[in-house]
Design a protein around this ligand. Sequence first.
Ligand SMILES: C[S@@+](CC[C@H](N)C(=O)[O-])C[C@H]1O[C@@H](n2cnc3c(N)ncnc32)[C@H](O)[C@@H]1O
Length: 233
Amino acid sequence: MHSFTLLRSSWLWYIVQENLKAIYHMQAAYSPDYEITLRRRENMLFFKRWLKNPSQMGTLAPVTPSLARLAANLVENPSDLIVELGAGTGRVTRALLAQGVKPQNLVLVELDHELCVFLKETLKDLPECKDSMPHIIEGDATRLAEIIPESFKGNVATVVSAIPFMYIPPIAREKIVQSSFDVLKPAGSILHITYNPKSPLAFKKDLNQERVGKLWFNVPPGFVWRYQQGWPS
Ligand SMILES: C[S@@+](CC[C@H](N)C(=O)[O-])C[C@H]1O[C@@H](n2cnc3c(N)ncnc32)[C@H](O)[C@@H]1O
């Protein structure tokens, strides 16, 4: 079988399994019903958006809750200003909020209109968003420095990204990295979530690059890279 077809079928099997698990848990008395139902809706919507635009979405399903938590735990100070690029259905967003990031200190950038509508609709139900909502910007991460609220410019501590770098053209990838450093404060960093054990920005020799998180038993294995400006020592 063609390797792409194989990959698609294994991902399809993953989605089916996830949804069966969700249905099972919805019926279990102990389950947190809201989160489980939400995950099922997320998986469905994400898959639909992937069918529409596979390279923009990068994967068939949102990151797993454990990978989202791993990335959120790597944010050093939750009271800082944080930007999330490619917020998708909000799985990483929810992990960031659960970690203590304040909604008013969080900017979400997402290119897809339907995903932005979903983010607005679902985040407002969270207890963390009772008093305020994250800034949800429907826009292109290549233009981050232009679309972010003025008060964030140069003051952001961490840009959390799940943009599928390996599927986007090198010029756009370069612009996203540059735009991120334009809004970060001097010691700020990019935390990048990927299924690639190797750095997707390995070619950028002017960045300090460190793999700060790994989940080998995730399906598929997931990794978090930290990028900071400055020549590696
Ligand atoms: C792999 S998904 C990650 C979704 C999400 N963070 C999660 O919890 O799984 C990548 C997301 O990046 C978004 N995206 C891709 N290119 C983008 C760009 N240039 N600007 C903003 N969002 C982008 C896609 O629409 C998609 O929602």
